[in-house]
Design a protein around this ligand. Structure first.
Ligand code: SAH
Length: 387
């Protein structure tokens, strides 16, 4: 069925004009990487700032247009380097203005990126892996299986593409004011590439975003949370989804490795090292599974004493899921328990559902390594569908 109001925007294949070569892709290099690169060419470190600006602020791909580099350097760069974003396979706009891109990252794999416009800000939801290995039972990315980590250039390339399509270079007005790593994948299981891309998001000569405008969401990779705190402490969101280990083991199997107690201890350390920002706890609302008033009270007790805010996410269904979204009244009642306990709580507005761009609906096209086995196991676990 054609979704009402949703439509195709840009022509597929835009931005790619030649096959991938052996050239160095400057897209993913931060200041340190570029300085090292220019060092090997016998050039001064300040070249890094110049090129960062050309690539990420003016979004120029043609070295010849980089007029503050000498002619010889420009032709050298054209020979050995390139500025290559992922290839756009499709570009769709939801009736509510949410836009979703399907991006090819290699011959067999595509990822998804979503832009969510709001009155006072524009948020880009970027992916960090091709698929996901965590197997959360309520997430459609999990059904796709896992193929590989994205490189820094493929992560920052999503922001580069969105800015290119939405903004005019050099203008003060910014369409993308916030970035959330809440697309496909678990960012803390791809630490180095994600950190490299975060550096570019924060870098003044690139996107210059404030830390509080960049959010990394994790299913709870405890060592990764500590590493992030020391390396690049952006805003942290944690996918909690259950107030006790029994249920969380089921919904987020990673909980068996890092149970709630250890996860919240890591959150306390993160908060102590970064005292200005609250940690967001995400909680998907699954009808009859995790949405009772008792569970709300247990959640409030758990988060007591933490600088926390809670983000309730109405479950977004996808084909063959065993779950249903909690009714609105139940979501409101759950929220009210948390509010009465003094927790800042908001219910996330569902956006882009008509183009499958809502939380947990990003599927991309993943050549999964073990997807068939996984699907069989999932089918065996799935209870009888309700009539
Ligand atoms: N792996 C990271 C990044 C994904 S962020 C993480 O787990 O945090 C995407 C958010 O949407 C997570 O909180 C995820 O648990 C939630 N989500 C996944 N599937 C969903 C669905 N079907 N409906 C609503 N939210 C979902």
């Amino acid at each position: 069925m054609m979704n009402k109001g949703a439509f195709e925007v840009a022509a597929p294949g835009s931005f790619i004009d030649e096959p991938a070569g052996e050239r160095v892709n400057l897209m993913g290099l931060g200041r340190a990487g570029l300085e090292a690169f220019f060092g090997t060419l016998g050039e001064k470190p300040f070249r890094a700032s110049q090129v960062l600006k050309w690539v990420h602020q003016f979004r120029v791909r043609d070295f010849d247009a980089m007029t503050n580099l000498g002619k010889a350097l420009r032709s050298k760069l054209a020979e050995i380097a390139e500025i290559r974003p992922p290839e756009i396979v499709s570009d769709r706009m939801s009736a509510d203005g949410t836009r979703k891109w399907l991006l090819r990252v290699d011959a067999g794999n595509c990822i998804e990126t979503v832009f969510i416009p709001e009155e006072s800000r524009g948020t880009l939801c970027a992916s960090s892996q091709v698929g996901c290995a965590l197997n959360c039972t309520f997430c459609s990315t999990a059904q796709q299986g896992f193929n590989r980590n994205l490189r820094s250039d493929e992560i920052i390339g999503q922001l580069w593409l969105a800015a290119s399509l939405l903004e005019r270079p050099g203008r003060e007005h910014r369409a993308v004011t916030n970035v959330v790593l809440m697309g496909m994948g678990e960012p803390l299981l791809n630490f180095e590439s994600v950190a490299g891309a975060l550096d570019l998001m924060l870098e003044d000569f690139a996107y210059g975003l404030a830390r509080r405008r960049v959010t990394l969401s994790t299913a709870g990779v405890v060592p990764g949370i500590d590493r992030l705190s020391g390396r690049c402490p952006v805003s942290l969101a944690v996918s909690l989804h259950a107030p006790d280990d029994g249920l969380r083991n089921e919904l987020v199997p990673l909980n068996k490795s890092y149970p709630i107690g250890e996860l919240l201890a890591a959150c306390r350390r993160y908060a102590a090292a970064n005292p200005k920002e609250k940690i967001t706890f995400e909680y998907v609302m699954l009808d009859g599974v995790n949405d009772s008033p008792d569970q709300a009270r247990a959640l409030a007790r758990l988060l007591g004493g933490l600088p926390a805010k809670v983000n309730l996410i109405p479950f977004n269904p996808f084909p063959e899921t065993r779950y249903r979204r909690s009714p609105q009244a139940r979501i409101d009642a759950f929220r009210d328990v948390l509010l009465r306990a003094g927790l800042v709580t908001i219910t996330r507005k569902t956006r882009g559902e008509d183009i499958d761009a809502a939380c947990g609906q990003l599927a991309g096209r993943v050549q999964a390594r073990a997807a068939r086995v996984r699907r069989k196991q999932a089918a065996a676990r799935r209870p009888e569908a309700p009539a």
